[in-house]
Write a protein that binds this ligand. Structure first.
Ligand code: ATP
Ligand code: MG
Length: 658
């Protein structure tokens, strides 16, 4: 992105002219957890002092000797400290005024619900910790967890943390093959699963998938099965290997001492979503991770003691690890968990849940927001959302129109929106507004969190100027950073730390505007090169989504003899809109008007669905494979492989999608 003429630069500047700004209200600022912007200077002047001050949020069994040892790319935080994550998330609250406060509010998809106080959660975690011990799990042994969104999933992960056994959670939507691959990479000793989970009124066959996976997972000795569905799940239990959760729990003692863990002991392994290629086993350690998630949760979401906080992610992803479980519970926050789908029994389910429990803070993803836009405003309009105070988003760049919709129809013009940029690898939120002090601009994640230093660099490692696109890099360590790739330290160094000496390469494109605000442009792979112009797929997508007929769009650059790349857009239309050639022309015009003629799509395909990962991110690399008529790359992390197979067939038969 370095060598650009002035004219090209001018065009890039014209991309996505977003001028709207939203100031925090005086009323919000007055009560905010951060109302003084000097926090940024304080952290910049003394990074270690800043995090040492934050470290007082946690209870330590033994104090640390040094805040940070940094020899890029190897970091140690809170060196010599002894601490336990489960103790900090549960026991210390159970021993305080929070004992009878709700730790977890759970809503099952069929409408059943449960509340676990910190006191109750403590008893469950202790029992399951004893169950794991009785199955031979020792400190350092890996435990695989493949469950639906039930309180027992949280119990299982905290029980692992309590005895120092790293968990490796595999999202319940993954196939047997994907599960086996992850179990084997981590060489897990025990698998915790369920007879099934409810999703859109159907049973997700967790145990059946697990049985298939277990045919090729020699490390697994025992399987613990939670009964969620009952008879209808129709599962088989293997004698000697499979054990029922409730039978083991009945016999287990509810006392268990927390294992004192070294700050740098592994807390968990988590495999990335696989949007860009083969999943990586990201390793997070104990103290820095817990502190980073707790501090960001406190500041970014402005949580208060009596808030009900709901992060809609699945616990199988890092967002669920950091912002359903570890961050909120470390802060003693009431964390809501919903088992099922947003359109069951109808498209108002999320708003019904917000209404029912008086949700104060909601954290969800742009893909969900775009879906809600497509469903129409009548669904949220039916419910009382007046308890909402802060709205968050994560997972991909949010299109300005989706941001505005969230602001108007969910926040009712009243709630600050925090667009939080981070990754599985970063463990914690790194670029984000602080809702009491940051003026927000729709589509921008605004500024690095205090103590976080980010730069946008060109190919040669030079910072690019305001408005120019480049590679987002992080130049200082942060406590929740991953420490390595499990059993592949070379990949850790090669993939993340080799492009620019001593700097973390995020793999995302970004630009910074004159106000120092960061605009994420998607993955570096998702930046197109059309006749020498660098155009972000995200910006073309945002222009398309801005058109009233469009529900969602995925844009890719396909190889083109003359231009280098041509722009191909795969578009889903809003319910009830006819897919006509006239509309295609209109959409091309619309993009040209919004961004400039250089961004006019060469082809537009209408499709009922887009290929997505199981964390609901669009897999552009597969669309590129289709458009370039190649064999499809790795599809194991797709939510529904049929979608891409069908699209490929249509494309090959007609050169068109539906
Ligand atoms: P893989 O690394 O296996 O390809 P992944 O990158 O999709 O998978 P995650 O770690 O869950 O897995 O996602 C992190 C990525 O999500 C970021 O690198 C970025 O591309 C995108 N992202 C997350 N939050 C935001 C945000 N607020 N704005 C823009 N992009 C975001
Ligand atoms: Mg990634």
């Amino acid at each position: 992105m370095a060598d650009r003429t002035a004219a090209q630069q001018e065009r890039l500047d014209a991309l996505l002219q977003e001028k709207r700004t939203f100031q925090p209200s005086e009323e919000f600022r007055r009560q905010a957890n951060v109302s003084d912007p000097s926090i940024y200077d304080r952290a910049r002047r003394d990074l270690e002092g800043f995090w040492a001050e934050e470290a007082k949020r946690l209870d330590w069994f033994e104090p640390y000797r040094r805040v940070l040892e940094w020899q890029a790319p190897w970091a140690k935080w809170f060196v010599g400290g002894k601490i336990n994550a489960a103790y900090n998330c549960v026991d210390r609250h159970a021993a305080s005024h929070r004992r009878n406060k709700a730790a977890l509010i759970w809503e099952g998809e069929p409408g059943d619900s449960r509340v676990l106080t910190f006191g109750m959660l403590q008893r469950e975690v202790n029992r399951f910790a004893n169950v794991l011990k009785s199955l031979g799990v020792k400190k350092g042994d890996r435990v695989a967890i493949y469950m639906g969104m039930t309180p027992e999933l949280v119990v299982a992960m905290l029980a692992c943390a309590k005895i120092g056994a790293p968990h490796s959670i595999v999202f319940g939507g993954f196939s047997a093959e994907a599960l086996a691959e992850r179990i084997n990479d981590a060489a897990a000793k025990v698998l915790v699963t369920g007879d099934g989970a409810w999703r859109r009124g159907n049973i997700v066959p967790l145990k059946k998938n697990a049985d298939a996976a277990l045919e090729s997972t020699p490390s697994i000795e025992k399987v613990v099965v939670l009964e969620r569905i009952g008879k209808a799940a129709n599962i088989a239990m293997w004698p000697g290997r499979d054990l029922w959760w409730h039978e083991l729990m009945d016999q287990a003692s509810d006392h268990c001492a927390a294992e004192p863990m070294d700050s740098e002991d592994m807390l968990y392994i988590l495999y990335t979503s696989g949007t860009t290629g083969k999943p990586k086993g990201v390793v997070h350690t104990t103290a820095g991770y817990l502190l980073g998630t707790a501090a960001t949760h406190f500041y970014v979401f402005d949580v208060k003691e009596h808030d009900v906080y709901w992060c809609t992610a699945d616990i199988g992803w890092v967002t669920g690890h950091s912002y359903i479980v570890y961050g909120p519970l470390a802060n003693g926050t009431t964390s809501l968990i919903y088992e099922g789908s947003p359109d069951y029994p109808d498209r108002g389910r999320f708003w019904d849940i917000c209404d029912k429990y008086g949700v104060n803070i909601l954290y969800t993803a742009p893909t969900a927001i775009r879906t809600f836009m497509r469903w129409g405003t009548e669904w949220p309009a039916k419910h009382d959302l007046s308890a909402l105070r802060v709205l968050g988003t994560v997972g991909e760049p949010i299109n300005p129109e989706a941001w505005m919709w969230y602001h108007e129809h969910i926040g009712r013009g009243r709630c600050p929106i925090v667009d939080t940029w981070w990754q599985t690898e970063t463990g914690m939120i790194l670029i984000t507004p602080l809702p009491g002090i940051t003026a927000t601009k729709p589509g921008s994640a605004t500024r690095p969190f205090p103590g976080v230093e980010a730069e946008v660099l060109d190919e040669n490692g030079r910072p690019v100027g305001p408005g120019a696109g480049g590679y987002l890099c992080l130049t200082k360590p942060w406590p929740a950073m991953f420490r390595t790739i499990y059993r592949d330290p070379d990949r850790y160094v090669r993939q993340y730390w080799s492009r620019y000496e001593g700097k973390y390469f995020t793999g995302d494109g970004a630009k910074v505007d004159e106000d120092g605000y960061f605009w994420l442009l998607g993955r570096v792979d998702d930046v197109m090169n059309v006749s020498g112009h660098r155009i972000s797929t995200y910006e073309v997508e945002s222009a398309l989504v801005d058109h009233p007929a469009v529900a969602e769009a995925a844009v890719i650059g396909r190889a083109h003899d003359i231009k280098g790349q041509a722009i191909a857009a795969f578009v889903t239309l809003k319910d009830g809109t006819a897919a006509t050639d006239a509309l295609k022309d209109e959409l091309k015009q619309h993009v040209a008007r919004k961004i400039g003629a250089l961004a006019r799509p060469d082809d537009i395909f209408f499709t009922a669905e887009l290929p997505k990962t199981r964390s609901a991110k669009i897999m552009r690399r597969l669309l590129r494979d289709i458009a370039e008529r190649r064999v499809l790359g790795d599809t194991t992390t797709l939510a529904d492989p049929m979608v891409v197979a069908k699209l490929k067939r249509q494309y090959e038969e007609t050169g068109q999608a539906e």
